[in-house]
Design a protein around this ligand. Structure first.
Ligand code: SAM
Length: 430
């Protein structure tokens, strides 16, 4: 809650980096949050907001820069909301990533947990992006939201986006620039699949026949696998040249428009490897919040699997992929697929009996109720995959209080230079 505003300028020395990447200093015993500042730096800041939790500021000047400060990789850094952490050495960034995991765990009393050296996704590897497009009097603005604002930064460079998607950006800008009416705001989802790029344009504008033809031409020219136009909730398949497919351990899974996949193929491989090695001695494995089978199919080469997922299109994709695997020469053990809302109806202790391992990969909110059931179960190994260090730590504590040991936590930085972080924790019953 905002208490008051004070346009006050103060000079502070930064002591640490917070979870949102802000430099943190102290002033009159209160924490001072300084976006863009690094530990050891002396900075002059303007206080923009005073809250109970501390002073929120804007940096005016770096009076004494840190030796860990570097030139950002991207010319849009500081304005574009995509990346917050490009102003430091790789060494400091890596340490901050690891500390974030440690800090979240410590908040739940899990200070002893072993946090490994993070896996960092390489630059230019992000294969799933959502861009914004706004038609203005001076042309189309196309890029990402500015930091903390709905303004769009018109990007001419992006060091995180996969180069195949990036190559499409100027062409897409031209296409949408010719189609969108004044002030139309669109969201463009681009996903790099095994059969090419899958495009979904979300905008309140019904396209004409001529515009539709331009989109088909675009898809042909740039080898787009599928191009959908979503207007007022209606998903219009403009052209499906080749069904978008993801491949997991040789199993081809159809990807419905805009469906979830891990952000980079490199981080996905690391997570699959960790999940497989943790489950190596299991017979039956439950894969909860399975999505389209990122972990299900690699595991199904060795283990009997129950995959549980709440999105119906993902469940259908799993079933189709499982059914067509034998014809494609891929041998799987038994794969049972269940459509179920795991927030309302988590797998009960009774249902968990008979599983040697459980892989659980919920959305950002975590899976408190499911963890409570697991904590009372006899399952030997739990692999918890999470895109939110805070809910990961909260849920980890439930398991630890239920008698599990948290063996190791691997930070997987698949949203490079951002404050998002994936964690993979392996828990065992002694
Ligand atoms: C972080 S994704 C993980 C997907 C998959 N494990 C992967 O790695 O690709 C979370 C998944 O949980 C599913 N989900 C969200 N809410 C759910 C719920 N209440 N019950 C079951 N599944 C849900 C989403 O549809 C999504 O597929």
């Amino acid at each position: 809650m905002e208490l008051n505003r004070m346009p006050e300028s103060i000079t502070v020395t930064i002591e640490s980096l917070g979870a949102r990447g802000d430099g943190i200093a102290k002033h009159d015993g209160k924490p001072v949050y300084v976006p863009g500042a690094l530990p050891g730096e002396v900075v002059q800041v303007q206080v923009v907001e005073t809250r109970k939790s501390g002073l929120y500021t804007r940096m005016l000047d770096v009076k004494e820069p840190s030796r860990q400060r570097v030139q950002a990789k991207c010319q849009h850094f500081g304005r574009c909301g995509g990346c917050q952490m490009q102003h430091m050495t790789d060494e400091l960034y890596r340490k901050w990533v690891q500390d974030r995991a440690r800090f979240a765990l410590a908040q739940q009393g899990l200070d002893e947990a072993q946090v490994e050296d993070p896996f960092m996704a390489p630059p230019e590897s992000r294969r799933r992006v959502a861009l914004k497009a706004l038609q203005t009097a001076s042309g189309l603005v196309f890029g990402f939201n500015a930091e903390g604002s709905h303004q769009i930064v018109d990007v001419v460079q992006c060091p995180v986006m996969h180069s195949s998607i990036w190559a499409l950006v100027p062409e897409l800008k031209r296409l949408l620039g010719n189609i969108l009416p004044q002030r139309a705001l669109a969201q463009v989802h681009a996903t790099l699949t095994a059969t090419g790029i899958d495009l979904v344009v979300d905008v309140a504008h019904e396209i004409s026949l001529q515009e539709r033809e331009a989109c088909v031409q675009f898809a042909n020219d740039f080898n787009i696998s599928a191009f959908h136009w979503r207007s007022d909730g209606f998903l219009d398949p403009i052209v499906v040249r080749q069904e978008p497919i993801m491949e997991f351990a040789g199993v081809k899974v159809p990807l419905s428009p805009g469906a979830f996949i891990q952000a980079t193929s490199e981080s996905e491989a690391v997570m699959i490897e960790r999940v497989q090695s943790a489950c190596s001695s299991a017979g039956r494995v439950a894969d909860l919040f399975s999505g389209i089978g990122t972990f299900t199919f690699p595991l199904a080469r060795q283990h009997q699997i129950l995959a549980v997922e709440g999105a119906l299109d993902a469940v259908q994709a799993l079933e189709n992929a499982r059914n067509s695997a034998p014809a494609a020469g891929v041998k799987l053990k038994q794969v049972v697929v269940k459509h179920r809302d795991l927030f309302r109806r988590p797998l009960s202790v009774k249902e968990l009996a008979g599983f040697d391992a459980v892989v659980i990969d919920p959305p950002r909110a975590g899976a408190q109720m499911q963890m409570e059931q697991l904590a009372q179960s006899g399952v030997k190994t739990v692999v918890s995959v999470s895109c939110n260090p805070n809910t990961f730590a909260r849920d980890a504590r439930i398991l630890v209080e239920g008698g599990y040991e948290l063996n190791t936590v691997l930070p997987v930085d698949q949203f490079l230079w951002s404050t998002h972080l994936e964690l993979v924790g392996v828990f065992t019953r002694p």
